[in-house]
Design a protein around this ligand. Structure first.
Ligand code: SF4
Ligand code: SF4
Length: 97
């Protein structure tokens, strides 16, 4: 399952944003952040547990999105797809410089 940020619990500290290996976290306003479902792989293959959850200072602020069920195999494939996309994006960026 992708993770989700509870808007009413988030204090907008920004600690989570730079720590996501997939760039899945976005700032929505001065006080709220959200996680893009398509880019959250629960840190599969990178961290033993969701990094954002480990770092967030507010208990239960970030939780699994129960509406987005995914198996470990789904997460593995998703993590692979995201890694390939990010590698191509980095390559394109380097080429353009
Ligand atoms: Fe990013 Fe990992 Fe949090 Fe998903 S669980 S939003 S991949 S840090
Ligand atoms: Fe919100 Fe937690 Fe991220 Fe801080 S670490 S911006 S409280 S979700």
């Amino acid at each position: 399952m992708a993770m989700m940020i509870h808007e009413d619990a988030c204090i907008g500290c920004g600690v989570c944003l730079p720590e996501c290996p997939n760039g899945a976290i976005t700032q929505a306003s001065d006080w709220s952040y959200f996680i893009r479902f398509g880019l959250c792989s629960e840190c599969f293959g990178v961290h033993a547990a969701p990094r954002c959850v480990s770092l967030c200072p507010i208990p239960q602020c970030i939780e699994a999105n129960q509406k987005r069920m995914e198996t470990p195999e789904d997460l593995r494939r998703k993590a692979h797809r995201i890694a390939v996309q990010r590698a191509f994006a980095a390559f394109d960026k380097a080429k353009g410089q």
